[in-house]
Design a protein around this ligand. Sequence first.
Ligand SMILES: [Zn+2]
Length: 92
Amino acid sequence: MGQVINFKGETKMDNCQRCGSKRVLGYSAKADDRQSWILGEADGEGYLPGDFNIGAGDYIEFDFCMDCGQIQGQFPLPETEFEETNKEKAAE
Ligand SMILES: [Zn+2]
């Protein structure tokens, strides 16, 4: 079997930040502006906001532990622009 290099140029994922498992899946998809999401009572569609920590713009990209379910990254995320925007709408 040849060496696999993913879209980020990585040849191997780090172990899971939560449980240490090696079964971390690096996932990527190009979805252009055909994306949608729900957060609390608000929903959105279009290009993926970068501050959701699952990619940005055209691309959905995240590293996911297949043992414990943890998406790799820094948590908790700070308030997103989407939340900030929809908070202002709700207050009107
Ligand atoms: Zn894990």
